[in-house]
Ligand binder design. Sequence first.
Ligand code: NCD
Ligand code: ZN
Length: 351
Amino acid sequence: MASIPTSLTITRPDDWHLHLRDGAALAAVLPYSAAQFGRAIVMPNLKPPITTAAQALAYRDRILAGLPEAGPGSDFQPLMTLYLTDSTAPDEVSAARAAGVVALKLYPAGATTNSDAGVTDIRKTYRTLEAMQREGLLLLVHGEVTDPEVDLFDREAVFIERVMQPLRRDFPELKVVFEHITTLQAAQYVSACDAHTAATITAHHLLFNRNALFVGGLRPHYYCLPVLKREAHRLALVQAATSGSARFFLGSDSAPHAAALKEQSVCGAGCFTAPAALELYAEAFDAAGALDKLEAFASFNGPDFYSLPRNHGQVRLHREPWTLPETLPFGDATIKPLCAGETLNWRLQAA
Ligand code: NCD
Ligand code: ZN
């Protein structure tokens, strides 16, 4: 019988899709990600959104100011993104590049939390996409159509036909990340693409199917966008993440919302996974018998796709059951991490 591994040491990972918010919320959630990851791609969907290089630089400074001065997490590096709008000027792309911004995020208008200022028709952004392709900035895509005629569970699959395929045809050299994919169709699509297309996958989409939203009653903390799908899709995502393909990598999409806002008649979309992000991935890879594939997914494939160096240093996970807290402080409010009060088998060793 194969022995059960009791610890796992991997190169320090990065989070290629993270919501850090701002102000008191930023101060509350930043330490969790800084403790686990070397870098993170910081999503720009603040209110108002980060649409200019100058705003990205100022936001970056606020994030850096929230890091500890020394010790664990002090060297965490936020990688900044701009929020693409119908009117983002091509010149802003050069300014963004000069400011160290690495990517622009495409939110179809109305697709998710704080996406009202998003793109109404991708053709309106073509001159800006040309500039990005030329300057080497990545396009990060929230891949769901917003057409009310399309069933909410089908919006990602329809997005592939209506937006991804024309986009790939018209900008073959643009590096595109299909963010937080949730379907068999997206996993197959990305697998079949060339080296310019990759995808992030969240831990919660690897661990749960849509039943999790309804077990014993409506469960708002499992509600995110794109919404959890049926089991066949979860299995396809696990297969993609553990396949060894270099074009799938870790993006937690940790998206904090105060508990009081999640637990009301209209609940915002987003799962807060940052306090146990890497542990949740370890859980998913362990369940698939693929712990040996976690390091490439978490620590190699992302920087390789972004043409950034891999991190130095390592982190160690132990097989050690522990229980996630029920609630955590969130400025003047509280927040519930995904799997609050539940026991995980893997724990990150404090640095
Ligand atoms: C994100 C948020 O809360 O900002 N929510 C979510 O459900 N994932 C936005 C997003 O990434 O779609
Ligand atoms: Zn997100």
